[in-house]
Design a protein around this ligand. Structure first.
Ligand code: TRP
Length: 335
């Protein structure tokens, strides 16, 4: 397929705290195969992370760690554009335009806004409410066809679609209306301490999550402490949420099917099972960590990737933004 006929993919992760095994299995891992079929833009959305108070030095470190992690997870900078959101100023500019057609009511109703307002009651800033509009801007700026997202982002993607349609209806066809691409696996990775809640990087209980930066001993210890269900049988099912979650992690990390996994743990206890889950997770995480470490030592390479990514993204972004400005009635600057 040539460049012109390839559909476009956009996705991003915030450089806040630790990327979890859930983020990896649910989102980032699915990005690699998409590169073969689509023109992909993968973004570190640093502006989004400012909606929660950040320590500048940590934000800087987390951003570069995430850039290296993307590559370590198989994003190939010669195939995809890998860039930092704040390097392409059009994201913030289009967000302003989209703000003028987004309604306070619809932003106020967003589930994540309500959740985060509860969690950060001392800092319910306008950015927190605007977060989905900036996300819509990320997506619409590149005339994105497909957005790989987790279940928790579906409502935000819906808003992006609504805003695209609203703008198109008011000013004539301008934006591609994006489709979501829900990853089947990752949405089901749950907290190790409460299998009814998602594995979240902001969980205050560190034992609830496996971070991609955890070493082998930590991973083993966290899995040992993971909650289980009342009987001792290793099988999946709605009545066994904790073991189902561990089996999901095991199958996704080992590549063994659910049926084969259940068969191989027949008659075995939770202890032995958890050890096998730990082995499988470690075998996935360790090579990523080694590659991330190697990349972080090569700053010049990472910077060249980011420069190239931002150049490519800027070119596309500027095309969309100038079209938008023209349609709205803003006068182009004389050069
Ligand atoms: N809101 C997303 C999340 O928290 C991150 C994100 C920002 C994103 N902009 C995006 C994801 C655009 C997909 C497309 O996971």
């Amino acid at each position: 397929m040539d460049e012109v006929s390839k559909k476009r993919v956009f996705s991003g992760v915030q450089p806040t705290g630790k990327v979890t095994l859930g983020n990896y299995l649910g989102a980032i891992r699915s990005w690699k195969p998409l590169q073969e079929q689509y023109e992909c833009l993968y973004c570190v959305v640093d502006l989004h992370s400012l909606t929660v108070t950040q320590v500048p030095a940590e934000l800087r470190k987390n951003t570069m760690d995430l850039v290296a992690l993307y590559i370590a997870c198989g994003i190939d900078p010669t195939k995809s554009s890998l860039f930092i959101q704040s390097h392409v100023h059009e994201h913030a500019e289009l967000a302003w335009i989209l703000d003028t057609i987004a309604y306070v009511g619809e932003l106020n109703r967003m589930t994540q806004f309500k959740d985060k307002s509860r969690k950060h009651a001392d800092n319910i800033n306008m950015g927190l409410m605007n977060y989905p509009v900036l996300m819509a801007s990320d997506i619409l700026l590149y005339q994105t066809d497909v957005v790989p997202v987790g279940k928790d982002q579906v409502q935000h993607l819906e808003l992006a679609r609504d805003l695209a349609q609203r703008f198109n209806a008011r000013y004539s066809d301008t934006f591609v209306v994006p489709e979501g691409h829900l990853s089947k696996s990752g949405q089901s990775i749950k907290s190790l301490q409460d299998p009814t809640a998602k594995m979240s990087k902001s969980d205050p209980n560190d034992n609830a999550l496996i971070s991609l930066t955890d070493d082998a001993d930590t991973i083993r210890r966290k899995l040992k402490r993971a909650v289980t269900d009342s009987d001792t049988c290793v099988r999946h099912g709605a009545d066994k949420p904790a073991i189902t979650n561990l089996l999901n992690i095991y199958t996704l990390c080992s590549g063994v099917s659910m049926a084969d996994a259940e068969k191989s743990f027949e008659g075995k206890g939770y202890g032995e099972f958890k050890d096998a889950v730990a082995d499988a997770v470690i075998s996935v995480v360790e090579p990523i960590q080694a590659e991330q470490k190697r990349l972080l030592a090569d700053k010049a390479y990472l910077e060249s990737v980011l420069k190239q990514g931002a150049d490519k993204a800027s070119y596309l972004a500027q095309k969309t933004l100038s079209k938008v400005y023209r349609k709205i009635g803003l006068i182009p600057r004389i050069r």
